[in-house]
Design a protein around this ligand. Structure first.
Ligand SMILES: Cc1cc2nc3c(=O)[nH]c(=O)nc-3n(C[C@H](O)[C@H](O)[C@H](O)COP(=O)(O)OP(=O)(O)OC[C@H]3O[C@@H](n4cnc5c(N)ncnc54)[C@H](O)[C@@H]3O)c2cc1C
Length: 443
């Protein structure tokens, strides 16, 4: 009978999963490499804020903290595109009232740890780095803050230790498929500051995008009135992190490409040279289960951040695993088997969607043709909600499987092509004409 479960990694996945498992009566041991964030020694390094949407919200609802997180999150109801000339174009993400939320990564992780702390059957160890895992026996080893090595044995070990997972390393010994694909682009976090009165200098209820084909910048609002900007840029080449190697080069580049943002970025060059440059990669692997160990969250499926779904997908993993505990009556071999079978196709789908969205955000969102297409798509969602849902809506505002959203996106594209190529815009309101067409194209 499974009693003790070890989670390697106390990040977003580990935090949420520990709570789900503890509620079902398991003794949960969480080993986290970093210091306890609640001590104020939070090491950033990754995005400061994250876009939280329905799948993630559902996970937080199950943990009982969705409302408080949404109360301090900032709703973003659409994209605001900034042209080189500083012209703005707004595009809603969904219907009225639908929004994604900008939330603090550190704040959310801390809240999950606080929640976990309230359970006497969750035991957390910080500054413990996992160095070894034996999936068959459930033995794991750690370097403690004092530099000693300690060993732990559990009935089940779950690797919630992110993209560069130590638990996954152990899976590598044996029959295991693994690939990592790094993008030619990296990312750098910068800041648009609040004004002198602490107010937002841009519309706070939008995700701002400066699409420039081979590079782009985005900005998400923070409760302090500032925005965290992320510049996505090639590592090498004519305009790249390689060539932006002096303050003059950075200023010239920003003045040329993002001129409207520059006056709002007083720390631009300090941030540019002071902040690390992050890598962007997709990690795929299978199986996610070996013996008595499993991978969950980024350790199983790290994706590029362009759909804002990485964490949302991880939280959905936690929900699925939690529900399987009931369905399989605590039989962990069955739970883990069904977990990987159900999640792998969906993880592959969101990985593909995230890569597709990179192109859309970078190349397309600024173009007239794209805006026209989005306009028609929006009209379809408003006029025929019983028949048509955009791919973005399916991914972000619903919890239908990602695999389904990927498939429907291709069908939606066919329908949009038929409307645009056939110049059927005038017929959009004609139900007797449109409904059979929609049904046929989406069948
Ligand atoms: C730039 C960027 C922007 C993003 N934006 C979004 C967004 O808007 N929306 C969204 O949904 N997702 C977003 N994501 C994705 C999201 O950050 C990840 O999907 C999510 O953090 C994964 O959670 P995780 O707990 O599985 O892994 P992680 O968050 O990486 O946590 C893993 C934890 O394991 C610990 N650990 C690692 N190795 C060991 C070890 N050997 N021993 C012990 N502990 C260990 C780490 O210290 C960490 O605390 C973004 C990612 C990036 C890089």
């Amino acid at each position: 009978m499974t009693k003790k479960i070890t989670l390697v990694g106390g990040g977003l996945s580990g935090g949420l999963l520990s709570v789900f498992l503890a509620r079902r009566g398991y003794e949960v041991f969480v080993y986290e490499r970093r210091a306890d964030m609640r001590s104020g020694r939070y090491e950033g390094g990754r995005s400061i804020n994250l876009a939280l949407s329905n799948r993630g919200i559902r996970g937080l609802e199950k943990a009982g903290i969705a409302k408080e997180i949404l109360d301090i999150g900032i709703p973003m109801t659409g994209r605001m595109m900034h042209s080189r000339e500083g012209n703005l174009a707004y595009q809603p993400y969904g219907k009225d009232g639908q929004a994604i939320y900008s939330v603090s990564r550190g704040g959310l992780n801390i809240r999950l740890l606080q929640l976990a702390d309230a359970f006497p059957n969750i035991h957390m160890f910080f500054d413990y780095r996992c160095t070894y895992c034996d999936p068959e026996t459930g033995i794991t080893r750690y370097i403690t803050p004092e530099g000693n090595e300690v060993e732990d044995k559990a009935d089940i070990v779950i690797g919630t230790d992110g993209a560069f997972s130590a638990v996954r390393e152990a899976f590598m010994r044996g029959r295991f498929n693994f690939s990592q694909t790094f993008e030619n682009h990296g990312y750098k976090e910068l800041e648009i500051t609040a004004d002198e009165l602490g107010n937002f200098r841009l519309n706070k209820n939008a995700l701002h995008i400066w699409p420039r084909s081979s590079y782009m910048m985005i900005a998400l609002p923070n409760p302090g009135g500032n925005f965290t900007c992320t510049l996505f840029l090639a590592w090498e080449g004519e305009t790249s992190f390689d060539t932006l190697n002096s303050s003059e080069a950075v200023k010239a580049f920003f003045n040329r490409e993002f001129a409207d943002a520059v006056p709002m970025m007083p720390g631009l060059t300090d941030d540019f040279f002071g902040n690390p440059t992050g890598t962007l990669a997709t990690f795929r692997c299978y199986p996610w289960v070996k013996g008595n160990a499993a991978l969950l969250g980024d350790s199983a499926h790290a994706i590029v951040p362009f759909y804002g779904q990485g964490m949302n997908c991880c939280f959905e993993d936690c929900i699925v695993l939690d529900e399987l505990i009931d369905e399989c009556d605590h039989n962990w071999q069955e739970i883990l088997k069904r977990y990987q079978e159900s999640r792998k196709p969906n993880a592959d789908a969101i990985a593909a969607l995230a890569l597709q969205n990179f192109r859309e955000m970078r190349d397309l969102v600024g173009s007239e043709a794209f805006l026209h297409r989005k306009h028609i798509e929006h009209d379809l969602t408003e006029l025929y909600p019983h028949l048509f849902k955009s791919q973005y809506e399916l991914v972000t505002f619903h919890t239908t499987p990602y695999e389904y959203a990927l498939k429907m996106g291709a069908k939606n594209d066919r329908l949009l092509d038929a409307i645009i190529d056939g110049k059927l815009e005038d017929k959009m309101g004609d139900q007797s004409y449109m409904e059979p067409l929609i049904k046929e194209m989406l069948a």
